[in-house]
Design a protein around this ligand. Sequence first.
Ligand code: TTP
Ligand code: MG
Length: 400
Amino acid sequence: MPSIIHVDLDQFYAAVEILDFPELKGKPLIVGGRPDSRGVVCTASYEARAFGVKSAMPSSQAARLCPNAIWRVPRMDRYAEKSHEVHAVFERYTDQIQSVSLDEAYLDVLGSIKLFGSAETIGRRIKHDILSETGLVASVGVAENKFLAKVASDLKKPNGFVVIPPGREHAAAVLNPLPVSRLWGVGAKTGDRLAELGIVKIADLLALDEEWLSRRMGRENATRLLSLAQGIDSGEVECGGISKSLGRENTFAKDLYDIDAMERELFAFCDEVSSRLRAAELKCGGVTLKVKFADFTRISRASMFEEPTDLGEPLYHAVRTMLRERVELNGRGVRLLGVAATHLVRANAAQQSLFSDGDNQKKERAAVAIDKLRGKFGDGAVTFGRLLEKRSDNTGTPAI
Ligand code: TTP
Ligand code: MG
């Protein structure tokens, strides 16, 4: 009996903007850093996607592709609010909820079928309730495991509702024609490597000899990939209550004016947040920078990583880029800075590129070693550079 439901909201950030500003409806809308600020696209409305605009594309490129687009900067707090409303719907049907990001979750409704009817019925009710109670459109997939449910929710996007009935033949009918990039672990790099081997569709992969594939990509990867290609996934809905974000912020005793001083603070925050991610065995798919100015106006900027990470370096790189390129300081004093790791996933569930480069793995091992030393000798024992030594003693009130 299928019991897994995957829900993914359509054009999420853009949908919330359209909900709050109905005049945007039907227009090509891009949510992201403005093109003159060297930002990236978070998401685009389907009207803008028709011009080739995609998530994570540099905003300057998006502006060239779609010169008439209307631009909006992300309002993360508002999106989080809408995400909570959607969760309130889920919670009425099950407590087995794995939240993957603000707009995406897996639900295991096995225990709810007696009360509410089949998983299909529950999926339809959830889709209906989300629309009527939050004004947002969700695409929903129902299947016997998480992988197939996710594939299903994407099949008829936008406004999709797809059930894949149990049984290999149903999985094969859906999976075989899809590109291998739909398989977990196949990112751009792995996809290119597979294409070089002549493997483009999932059906191509299934026609291969397992030994042959193992020799090229390692036994474990080959086995996992071939299982997924047949629609087999034993992953459970992990509802361990991963909090939505993990962050560190500080209100300074004296406002900061010097960008170097701000960067030193942010470096320390990223270092701490990444340590806490590793301690909790989590990785983050995105990071948010929060700035409160001396006049109490506040802004936040968000960006996403290509792959979830628990390392301080990419966190800091993203935060520093946001501070330099997407925050207009204009000589204003900064009262508070904050860094939050968002889109948290369990480290062992974080998708890794199958051909993931050795460099990252080395950095991961180094980070684990550093955490061990810190465990022994305290936080000051090891830092990633000399930046921390120069940090002022301007600690104010720590928060979070
Ligand atoms: P997605 O569900 O990937 O995208 P979407 O909801 O905008 O569109 P779709 O209808 O195809 O589901 O991501 C959810 C939100 O996360 C998206 O609205 C914006 C944000 N996001 C980023 O900020 N950067 C990114 O690179 C991606 C992929 C998403
Ligand atoms: Mg979505």
